[in-house]
Design a protein around this ligand. Structure first.
Ligand code: CU
Length: 264
């Protein structure tokens, strides 16, 4: 496993390791019992019929309860880690991420954040009043800039097909589904550069859906946002693409213009 570059990743790694240890302990016990029974009760002569045992109640109770307890333990740890990784009600920043065929758009909020807008993700309320954005293309790999030691939440949008937003060093990836807003958050621990990509085969140029992640100091992050704002790529809401599958982020939806009698 890569060493996790985020605080949430440490929990993911611990869950993964714990699950492996539990599975191995169970496996060793089961294998030992199988080989012991095979050896202990092997047939010793051709005309021998082994003892036929039926209705061993304690054994039946044991092999019913033991797996149920194991499932409960796995499940509860999974939910605990999932809550840590997905549901921080008060992130320091929220970035609206769009996966579009075939690149990414990152909408950074400018000014004060109202994190309560994250309660209901499919409404038209967003955490900031103004956004600055970066939109990549198949030949221009975008960079996602994140502040170190701050919790950044990603809300994930797709205007076309299912993509999957992930950074290996963060030990997390998540589907980006049209009509649904998934989310997770990361708290990067160290300044550095990481590689991210789309993990869902999403069409011809799926392989070009790469992005870079740059984790920078808080001051550098603020400076980056100012720089981005100065480029004029700003809007009063995040660019999250149109409702139609053929609508690219940052472009008008031609179908709507036809409907209004606009474009030819
Ligand atoms: Cu994709």
């Amino acid at each position: 496993m890569p060493s996790p570059a985020t605080e949430q990743g440490e929990h993911t790694l611990a869950l993964w390791q714990g699950a492996w240890i539990a599975a191995l302990v169970t496996g060793v016990i089961v294998w030992a019992l199988i080989f012991w029974a095979v050896w202990r009760y092997r047939r010793r002569s051709d005309d021998e019929i082994p003892i036929q045992t039926r209705y061993n109640l304690p054994l039946e109770v044991f092999y019913t309860l033991a797996p149920i307890i194991m499932v409960i333990v796995f499940f509860s740890h999974t939910v605990r880690v999932q809550n840590i990784v997905l549901d921080d009600p008060t992130p320091d920043n929220t970035v609206e991420v769009v996966g579009q065929q075939w690149s990414w758009t990152f909408n950074y909020g400018l000014g004060e954040q109202d994190a309560s807008a994250n309660d209901e993700l499919t409404d038209d309320e967003y955490a900031y009043d103004e956004y600055a954005y970066v939109s990549g293309t198949g030949s221009d790999i975008p960079t996602l800039v994140l502040p170190v030691n701050q919790t950044t939440r990603f809300n994930l949008y797709s205007p076309d097909v299912i993509h999957d937003f992930g950074v290996p060093a963060f030990l997390i990836k998540m589907d980006v589904i049209p009509g649904r807003v998934n989310h997770y958050q990361v708290t990067p621990k160290e300044i550095g550069t990481y590689a991210g990509k789309c993990y869902e085969l999403c069409g011809v140029y799926h392989s070009r859906m790469l992005f870079n992640v740059e984790v920078v100091s808080e001051e550098d992050y603020a400076a980056y946002l100012e720089e981005l704002e100065a480029t004029g790529n700003t809007s009063d809401g995040p660019l999250i693409g149109g409702e139609n599958a053929d609508t690219q982020v940052g472009m008008t939806n031609e179908a709507d213009e036809y409907a209004e009698g606009g474009a030819e």
